[in-house]
Ligand binder design. Sequence first.
Ligand code: GLP
Length: 241
Amino acid sequence: MTVTICADHADASARAAVIVAGALRAQPALVLGLPTGRTPVALYAALVGARLDWARARTFNLDEFAGLPARDPGSFRAFMDEHLFWRVNLPPAHIGFLHGDAADEAGECACYERAIDEAGGLDLLVLGLGANGHIGFNEPGPELRAGTHAVGLHASTRAANADRFGGDPARVPARGLTLGMGQVLRARRILMLATGAAKADAVAALIEGPLTTRCPASWLQVHPEVTLLVDRAAGAGLRDA
Ligand code: GLP
């Protein structure tokens, strides 16, 4: 794992943009996994500004709220439309997204898993980090799942996502659909961005802690190609920082 302590969030975002833009230029048919959250907003703005050619790229987002149609303003799909998809020349047919409102959740998850496999797997997976160590909606707990699945969201995760729902955690859906740890760890390359003091404990656990289902991100330690960009605040808990 390559860990870079960046000056601040803007610096980390700019470095992440260089990596993603470089990957897309080198491989125009890149299969790219994407996160939502506050963390990647500046990265997406930088990618929009870089005027890249997305015509042959394919994207698959990590997760979506269960029960929400794509057009719901709180959905992750709406977030991605606003911050990236409507601003670049990525063909809509190349956008992979879990349908939160699918009647058959298990069928939807299996179909999404298959679509990623048929695209050849993720070349580059960009990740954010939950303050509790979650990846996508793979929450800490007694076990983790390898496959794409539906999951109950922790209260802290609902609170962290409340700003898309009028600031009210009770309005945040209680469940989500997410890629499992299998697709995450099969991605050929992983780029994780974690900034802000709220992520310091999770960053320390992810880099220096044991492999444990109590910190899903700790499993990144076994992946051969992880680049982790943190700012000083998020890196403050590291022994060697
Ligand atoms: C959400 C998403 C994650 C994201 C995380 C961090 O719960 N499901 O994919 O990485 O929160 O969000 P933020 O970047 O806003 O801290």
